[in-house]
Design a protein around this ligand. Structure first.
Ligand code: MG
Length: 219
C-alpha cells in the first residue's frame, strides 16, 4: 500500500475514539450530579466530551456558584468514581482501532494519543496499549487543553511532523475545533458535534487504512 508522502502521522483522541471511557466519564459525572442535586442528563454530557475536568464541572454547574474547596472536592470525588469504574468495568479498545494501529505501524505512519484526560496513561495501561504509540500527550502536557490547538500542536512537535501532515481522530466538538484551528486534517467519529470534520464516520468499526487514505487523498 502506498502512503501519500503528505501523511506522516495519526493522532488519536482517547475517550470515545480509542476506547469507550466516554461512557464511564458520563456515569461518574451523573453520580456526582445526582448526589449533589444538580440537573444533568446524557444529552448534557455530550457537551463534556473532550472538555477538561475543570471546564466540565463549570458546565455541569450551569451557573451555580460553589467555593474553590467544594469544586476541588467534587472533582476529586468524580475522579474517584471514574477510577473505580475503570477497575470494575475495564475498558476495551473500540472495534477497528487495533487493526488501524497495526496497519498504520506497518505503513510507517507514526501514532500518538492526544487526550484532555489526566487519566490517559492509566487507561492506556489498562488497554495494554502504551507501546502502540510513539507519543502520548495528556492533560499535563500543555496549559490550554482542547478546544485550544495546543495539545495537538505539542503532540505534532514531539512526533516531528507538521500539522498539515498529521490526521486527527476525534469524537468531540472541542477536539474537532482544536484540530481545525491547528491546521490538521480531522476525522470526526460518530457524534453530532463533529460535523465540521473533513471526514465524518458513524463509528470506529471498519476503520481500515487503505480506504481511509483513499478518502484523505480526495480532500
Ligand atoms: Mg473524546
Amino acid at each position: 500500500m502506498t502512503v501519500p508522502a503528505t501523511i506522516r502521522a495519526f493522532i488519536f483522541d482517547l475517550d470515545g475514539v480509542i476506547t469507550d471511557t466516554a461512557e464511564l466519564q458520563y456515569r461518574s459525572w451523573q453520580r456526582l450530579a445526582d448526589e449533589e442535586g444538580l440537573p444533568f442528563t446524557r444529552q448534557d454530557n455530550e457537551a463534556l466530551r473532550s472538555v477538561p475536568r475543570r471546564e466540565s464541572l463549570r458546565r455541569l454547574l450551569k451557573g451555580k456558584v460553589v467555593d474553590e474547596d467544594t469544586a476541588q472536592a467534587w472533582m476529586k470525588r468524580k475522579n474517584d468514581y471514574y477510577l473505580a469504574l475503570l477497575d470494575s468495568d475495564p475498558p476495551e479498545m473500540l472495534p477497528g482501532i487495533g487493526e488501524l494501529l497495526a496497519e498504520a505501524s506497518a505503513a510507517g505512519i507514526k501514532r500518538a494519543v492526544a487526550s484532555a484526560s489526566r487519566n490517559a496513561f492509566i487507561v492506556l495501561q489498562k488497554l495494554n496499549a502504551l507501546d502502540m504509540f510513539d507519543v502520548i500527550a495528556d492533560a499535563s502536557s500543555v496549559v490550554h487543553s482542547k478546544p485550544a490547538p495546543d495539545l495537538l500542536l505539542w503532540t505534532a512537535g514531539r512526533l516531528n511532523v507538521s500539522p498539515q501532515s498529521a490526521v486527527v481522530f476525534e469524537d468531540a466538538e472541542a477536539g474537532v475545533q482544536a484540530a481545525l484551528v491547528g491546521g490538521f486534517r480531522v476525522i470526526g467519529i460518530g457524534n453530532a458535534g463533529v460535523d465540521q470534520a473533513h471526514i465524518v464516520l458513524p463509528n470506529t468499526e471498519g476503520l481500515r487504512l487503505e480506504a481511509l487514505l483513499e478518502r484523505l487523498n480526495r480532500l
